[in-house]
Design a protein around this ligand. Structure first.
Ligand SMILES: *[C@@H]1O[C@H](CO)[C@@H](O)[C@H](O)[C@H]1NC(C)=O
Ligand SMILES: *[C@@H]1O[C@H](CO)[C@@H](O)[C@H](O)[C@H]1NC(C)=O
Ligand SMILES: *[C@@H]1O[C@H](CO)[C@@H](O)[C@H](O)[C@H]1NC(C)=O
Ligand SMILES: *[C@@H]1O[C@H](CO)[C@@H](O)[C@H](O)[C@H]1NC(C)=O
Ligand SMILES: *[C@@H]1O[C@H](CO)[C@@H](O)[C@H](O)[C@H]1NC(C)=O
Length: 513
């Protein structure tokens, strides 16, 4: 019997249906969930590996605080509060004295995304070390509800009774409630507020400025795919086309990409032969029992390839897995040394999954990033309002074809959460491509797969799109590095100038009487 399979990639939410009509669930965050364990391990790894010539300074010290937050901002019948974590650093802050009419020290507020807030604090050093210093700003990083330590019901937060308070609308309302309270406590009510975020955090930051212009005066939304939804005119296939192009562009005639495509085709062919799965399990050093479904292997390979495109930074970094600078170039050079396509693909995978020997002796097909495991929060968001379709056509990208199917997604979500995703609510609520706002910078890296859903064109003096040639996923938020492409240095300069302009305009409007 021929194996017929269909791959559905919904962001990182992957479902597979094979001929046995078996429905698998494979939820991965596109912007992976960062558990506490993940953060600790990353910090250790960062110390062990990649001692660079120019180590960035540590991020400035912060205070960890908790805010008594309203559980449900949209239902007066519902009572309840929870402790929301936020980090504050006033190392560079020009705190207003009681007599200052105009505030000289703006607030840089990070709209926490789907993970432990300390990880975003540690990986946004353009904000914490550079912008904060240039602007004499107060740093506030707020944790997103249902992530890190901001769990409204502790370990019971994921039950069907309790998880319903997890939405982007509630998260933004948290931020809108937290900021005035904290500023009032600090005598900074008249200080301008600029918000910053990357990835889903960048989407939140853009939406925050759109929905709460009374709270936030300007925003830097880095790699924010606010158009990666249905009904925005974005082709869900572009995501995988960008990943493929990144591999294509490292070699003459695109041989790296075409050989990866051949290797994937070979894998599918081998899997249909008797003993094929056993053979593949051996070739790919699969942990434990041999593969029972080739899709497990293909998912694992696809994750590596798209995550490498997301994290194709110019210098060694440890964003999803520890990798060398320009990992796609490094992996394509290694592939070119191999005659056999599958052996070549193994070299590519090695750069992602095992560059520092982190994989151990075998590869676990359900592990896609170091330590980022098993949290249901993003899965739930992806099964409600955050439906961000990704598909492949096998022509413009090197993956086996896999169209997006809303009905399959719905079936999965009903199984896991008893939810029916609403793919149109986000664009209805936030405006999709037709949003109306001022004072937002949208930055996107050309190498980044999430550029596919970004705002790529400047719309006015104050809705500004920056395209970063040679840049991956929110490279601009990282600490400046001598290996940075000139485009990111330029983007950071524009970001700094615009944010300072918006802060000074707002500080005049907000001055004390
Ligand atoms: C929640 O679970 C973690 C990990 O299992 C455990 O360490 C922690 O003590 C639990 N917290 C509570 C409040 O039960
Ligand atoms: C990566 O490869 C491409 C294509 O060969 C080349 O243009 C680019 O300069 C390389 N980048 C680095 C940092 O080696
Ligand atoms: C793979 O990793 C998962 C998640 O940590 C674990 O539950 C599973 O036992 C591992 N599988 C093997 C074969 O080691
Ligand atoms: C990972 O790398 C280490 C060190 O180079 C090697 O010993 C190990 O076999 C590799 N693991 C796999 C699964 O290839
Ligand atoms: C945005 O506006 C354009 C032009 O008015 C319209 O064609 C398009 O359907 C709108 N898109 C959405 C998502 O509302």
């Amino acid at each position: 019997m021929m194996v017929v399979f269909k791959l559905l990639i919904i962001l990182s939410l992957i479902s597979i249906i094979n001929c046995k009509e078996q429905l698998y669930q494979r939820y991965r965050s596109p912007f992976p969930y960062y558990s506490k364990k993940h953060v600790d391990r990353k910090q250790q790894e960062q110390e062990q590996h990649f001692v660079s010539n120019d180590p960035p300074p540590p991020p400035p010290p912060y205070q960890e605080l908790f805010f008594l937050q309203t559980l449900d901002h949209f239902n007066f019948q519902s009572k309840g509060e929870f402790a929301q974590r936020y980090l504050v650093s006033d190392v560079y802050w020009k705190k207003p004295s009681p007599n200052d009419k105009v505030c000289q020290g703006p607030i840089l507020f990070y709209t926490g995304n789907e993970g432990d807030i300390t990880l975003f604090y540690d990986n946004s050093q353009f904000v914490t070390n550079v912008l904060a210093q240039e602007m004499n700003a107060l740093l506030i990083f707020a944790e997103h509800r249902y992530y890190g330590e901001s769990l409204p019901f502790g370990n019971d937060s994921w039950t069907s009774d309790n998880i319903g308070y997890l939405t982007s609308e509630q998260a933004l309302a948290d931020y809108a409630q937290l900021i005035p309270a904290v500023l009032s406590e600090m005598g900074a009510e008249h200080c301008p507020v600029l918000s910053v975020g990357g990835s889903y955090g960048g989407m939140l930051t853009a939406w925050f400025r759109m929905k709460y212009p009374n709270i936030v005066d300007g925003a830097l939304a880095a790699s924010a795919p606010i158009l990666s939804f249905l009904n925005t005119g974005v082709n869900p296939e572009t995501f995988n086309k960008i990943a493929t192009d990144d591999f294509k562009d490292t070699s003459s005639e695109g041989t790296c990409a075409s050989r990866i495509r051949s290797a994937l085709n070979d894998i599918v062919t081998i899997s249909t032969q008797s003993n094929g799965l056993a053979q593949l399990s051996k070739t790919f050093s699969v942990c434990g029992a041999p593969l029972t479904d080739v899709n497990d292997l293909i998912n694992w390979i696809e994750s590596a390839l798209t995550y490498m495109a997301m994290a194709d930074y110019p210098y060694p970094a440890n964003f999803l897995e520890p990798m060398p600078g320009y990992p796609i170039n490094v992996s394509c050079s290694a592939l070119a040394q191999q005659q056999d396509d599958i052996q070549g693909l193994l070299e590519v995978l090695h750069v992602y999954y095992n560059y520092t020997g982190q994989a151990g002796t075998c590869y676990n097909m359900s592990v896609f990033t170091t330590g980022a495991l098993g949290d249901a929060s993003w899965d739930y968001q992806a099964c409600t309002e955050m439906v961000m379709p990704v598909s492949s056509d096998g022509v413009n990208d090197f993956f086996p074809p896999s169209p997006f199917s809303l009905s399959d997604l719905t079936q999965q979500c009903q199984q896991q959460f008893q939810t029916t995703p609403d793919p149109y609510w986000i664009t209805t609520y936030y405006g999709g491509s037709n949003f109306s706002a001022t004072n937002i910078i949208f930055s996107n890296g050309v190498l980044d797969v999430w550029r596919s859903g970004g705002i790529l064109e400047t719309r006015s003096d104050s809705i500004v799109a920056l395209t970063i040639e040679g840049g991956a996923h929110h490279l601009d938020l990282r600490y400046p590095n001598p290996l940075d492409p000139p485009s990111v240095t330029q983007a950071r300069e524009i970001e700094s100038k615009l944010l300072q302009l918006w802060a000074s305009e707002a500080s005049l409007l907000k001055q004390r009487k």
